[in-house]
Design a protein around this ligand. Structure first.
Ligand SMILES: NC(=O)C1=CN([C@@H]2O[C@H](COP(=O)(O)OP(=O)(O)OC[C@H]3O[C@@H](n4cnc5c(N)ncnc54)[C@H](OP(=O)(O)O)[C@@H]3O)[C@@H](O)[C@H]2O)C=CC1
Ligand SMILES: O=C1O[C@H](COP(=O)(O)O)[C@@H](O)[C@H](O)[C@H]1O
Length: 463
């Protein structure tokens, strides 16, 4: 769909955190890059807001970008808000009746409410060319993900469903595709013959930040590994693509996820979980997770998760992929690291041995570093590792701007297809079950530390 076709963006849950902090700034960053894009933003929520209060919210979110005056004025002139109890069938129908197509319905709602609204939408006349944009989690396990997909397919076709994963919108996809397929250097070594192991790490120095309502029911595994990090794995490990079309990328990503299984087939041996205790990050004093406001310690929610998987296909069999993410860690570390195998033969005569070469892909801000063994300064017989580094340009808009652009244009390149969403649960369900049954101990780490000792190999990159 051409970018100048007017589209209605109906945000359900417009009074919430996602809308205010991410969606509206995202749309603002899109308007900054594409000022003539025509989009009418309609907000709906049960919160009682006047038209002026809603416009002020949109204006405040735009100011964080900031959006240039002309597109901001145009979007503000068109935007409106409709107080709606979305679980009330009459109110929901009235809301939809007032929206013309092409229409994007963005579910910025708690997942349980989204599911109920989708059920109600079965009895509502949707405008032609209605697309649905959904936030993770897409279901709560493989079974519920399948049921939710079936429910969505009662409303619109799969190519009109956009399961949003903002990691796919942070230039990750394009940077990885360019790095892998736009030069001749990496393609021949991108396989198990040359790569010994891979780590996909998203350690955050943020703690709970008042998000107990969501996070305490999710935990690090559902929040990050089952969703974002498996998507990154999919793009890192996929076969080559013919072009940058949605079908090519979705097909290859889905193939990788279908081939992905827990390392050794054992949830107990392949997974670790931990929770932070009181500590300090910089000057911030962090309470123990169990003492954070809104946390129910009996839920046993993990704040750090690590899972090892294997992609059982010709390219990757035998290579462990470690996925890890957590909160309240001392140093943020958001990287994909490929560790290369040793050279088949190191010429005799060097004073020391060669350390394994590494390729480090920084996810945010984007950068690529090759850490290669070569001659040291001083004695030519001495070897050391040197880093060749390239900074990647920051995304031209916010990650949510990139995903919203695709949704508004009706292009599924950056969304998660139904089969991939189900595969992600299929991979992680056994871990969730093993944790629930207490088969993997809950470890602890002080906030501000690097996490429990010994989780990653000693030579794991620390910068
Ligand atoms: N916030 C974030 O950083 C991120 C959020 N997400 C996902 O986005 C979604 C929304 O999250 P978030 O914005 O944080 O959640 P919030 O709870 O902040 O916002 C949800 C909004 O929906 C409203 N709502 C709930 N039920 C109804 C109803 N029946 N009728 C009308 N309005 C209703 C809520 O109103 P009330 O307050 O009255 O309940 C609230 O304003 C979730 O799926 C989450 O997983 C994904 C990535 C990041
Ligand atoms: O979806 C989520 O992502 C963020 C991390 O992404 P970032 O772009 O903000 O770095 C994470 O903090 C949050 O818990 C999770 O819900």
């Amino acid at each position: 769909m051409a970018a100048d076709t007017p589209v209605t963006l109906l945000i359900l849950g417009a009074g919430g955190d996602l809308t205010h902090r991410l969606l509206l700034p995202g749309i603002g960053s899109l308007l900054k890059v594409e000022p003539s894009r025509k989009v009418q933003i309609v907000g709906a929520d049960r919160t009682d807001l006047t038209a002026a209060q809603w416009k002020k919210r949109v204006e405040e979110s735009f100011a964080t970008v900031p959006v240039p005056a002309r597109p901001a004025r145009s979007a503000l002139a068109k935007t409106r808000y409709q107080q709606t109890d979305l679980l009330n069938p009459e109110q929901l129908s009235a809301l939809l009746a007032g929206c013309s197509g092409p229409l994007v319905i963005y579910f910025a709602l708690p997942p349980s409410v989204s599911m109920k609204v989708c059920k109600l939408l079965e009895n509502v006349d949707l405008p032609d060319d209605t697309r649905l944009a959904l936030e993770k989690p897409f279901g709560g396990d493989e079974k519920s993900a399948r049921a939710f997909n079936a429910q969505l397919h009662k409303l619109v076709l799969e190519d009109h469903i956009f399961r949003v994963d903002h990691f796919l919108g942070r230039s990750t996809v394009f940077n990885l595709i360019g790095l892998r397929f736009a030069n001749r250097i990496l393609q021949p070594v991108w396989n198990a013959e040359h790569i010994e192991r891979v780590e996909i790490i998203y350690d955050e120095d943020l703690a709970l930040e008042g998000r107990a309502g969501y996070y305490d029911g999710a935990g690090a595994l559902r929040d990050m590994l089952q969703s974002h990090l498996l998507q990154v794995l999919g793009v890192f490990a996929m076969e080559s693509i013919a072009d940058l079309s949605a079908q090519e990328v979705q097909d290859q990503k889905a193939q990788v996820l279908r081939a992905t299984h827990l390392w050794g087939g054992s949830a107990k041996k392949s997974s670790k979980r931990a929770r932070y205790t009181a500590g300090q990050i910089g000057r911030r004093k962090i309470p123990a997770y169990t003492r954070e406001k809104g946390v129910d310690p009996s839920r046993e929610t993990e704040t750090l998760a690590q899972v090892q998987v294997e992609v059982r296909n010709n390219r990757w069999a035998g290579v462990p992929f470690t996925l890890r993410s957590g909160k309240a860690l001392g140093a943020p570390r958001k990287q994909v690291i490929a560790y290369f195998r040793p050279v088949p033969h190191l010429p005799g005569g060097f004073d020391n041995t060669a350390a394994p070469d590494k390729l480090i892909i920084d996810l945010t801000p984007g950068a690529v570093s090759f850490v290669l063994t070569m001659n040291a300064e001083g004695s030519p017989m001495d070897l050391e590792q040197k880093t060749l580094r390239a900074e990647l340009a920051p995304g031209w808009m916010l990650p949510y701007g990139e995903v919203l652009r695709e949704v508004l244009d009706g292009d599924n390149l950056l969304s998660v297809r139904s089969d991939a969403a189900e595969s992600c649960w299929r991979i992680m369900d056994p871990v969730l079950k093993a944790w629930k049954a207490g088969r993997v101990p809950m470890e602890t780490y002080p906030a501000g530390s690097a996490g429990p000792a010994g989780w990653l190999p000693a030579d794991s990159v620390v910068e």
